[in-house]
Design a protein around this ligand. Structure first.
Ligand code: NAD
Length: 283
């Protein structure tokens, strides 16, 4: 296994990944983050042993594995910074929520030792102080190799995820973005929009509706408390799929509106019944 690991972005995911690694096998972790406070916290908590705000410091550390755990729009700049300072056999992977064109761009810059990854685990919280050591246990991790991916690097990254208790699945990078555009990015967009809608209704009714949400509203919108920069990057980098998904959602909502407005009782019951049945199919 990797003995010298660098994590770029020591926030919630970078921190959780580091704790998971260190609890499985002995390794030295070096953190890079643009925020010095994140580095100080990560060091105090034991997520990293050393760290720097300067990516170039990695040339002295000589990592065997580099993990990118920053918002996805920063990946390209970081990859360009890494390309000339890493030992040739260093494996590079990421925890980012969008793959598709990003994976191919990373390969262009970093070469065959880049392995795209996305753990299907998380929360709405950010920052290393909220890290969870067991976050990945029993959860899926999607790896997105291409025809260029070095098989040895892929095998090492797969073994690493399995060692920390994750179930690995392979997926084409573009298929990944269709799937997670629908099941993860759309619900986040809807949750952010629902809060916005409540704000509009508050203005319209002149009643502070934010005083009244119960369990259902809170459950439904929990993910609207997620980090805005992270989600801005995800929406922009998976733009086509999220736009398709939003269009589908709008047409479903329009249909529901129509059935209510026209009091089409049978069809409305059928719409709700089908939705309920399909929801019950999800484990
Ligand atoms: P976070 O905000 O907790 O941590 C991100 C860290 O990256 C911060 O410490 C920030 O200072 C640092 N950073 C930002 N730009 C940087 C740069 N250019 N160079 C170095 N450091 C930089 O966010 P997070 O929740 O840990 O998310 C990190 C990644 O994990 C994202 O790509 C996200 O899509 C992915 N992801 C998140 C979740 C989740 O539930 N939070 C789940 C799956 C995947």
């Amino acid at each position: 296994m990797f003995k010298r690991v660098a994590i770029v972005g020591v926030g919630f995911m970078g921190g959780s990944f580091s704790f998971a690694l260190q609890s499985c096998f002995p390794c030295e972790v070096f953190g890079v983050d643009i925020n010095p406070t994140a580095l100080e916290r990560a060091k105090a908590l034991g997520a990293i042993q050393e760290g720097s705000t300067n990516l170039e410091k990695l040339s002295h550390f000589r990592p065997e594995l580099v993990v990118l755990a920053t918002p996805v729009r920063t990946f390209e700049g970081i990859a360009k910074g890494l390309k000339d300072i890493l030992p040739p056999r260093t494996v590079i992977t990421d925890l980012g929520s969008v793959k598709g064109h990003i994976v191919y761009r990373m390969e262009e810059i970093l070469g065959e030792n880049f392995v795209g990854g996305h753990p299907i685990a998380g929360t709405e919280k950010s920052g290393v102080e909220n890290s969870i050591k067991d976050l990945f246990k029993g959860k899926r991790t999607i790896l997105t190799p291409t025809h260029r991916t070095n098989r040895e690097a892929l095998e090492k990254v797969k073994e690493l995820w399995e060692a920390i208790g994750s179930k690995v699945e392979f997926m084409d990078p573009y298929d990944h973005d269709v799937v997670f555009g629908a099941v993860s990015h759309l619900p986040h967009a809807v949750a952010f929009a629902l809060i916005d809608a409540l704000l509009l209704l508050t203005k319209k009714t002149n009643i502070d509706l934010f005083q009244y949400p119960g369990g259902g509203f809170k459950d439904f919108t929990r993910i609207a408390a997620s980090d805005p920069i992270m989600w801005r990057d995800i929406f922009l980098e998976n733009k086509h799929n999220i736009l398709d998904a939003i269009d589908c959602y709008i047409s479903s909502l329009k249909r529901l509106r129509e059935l209510i407005a026209e009091e089409r009782v049978e069809e409305l019951t059928q719409y709700l019944k089908e939705s309920r049945e399909n929801r019950l199919r999800i484990e």
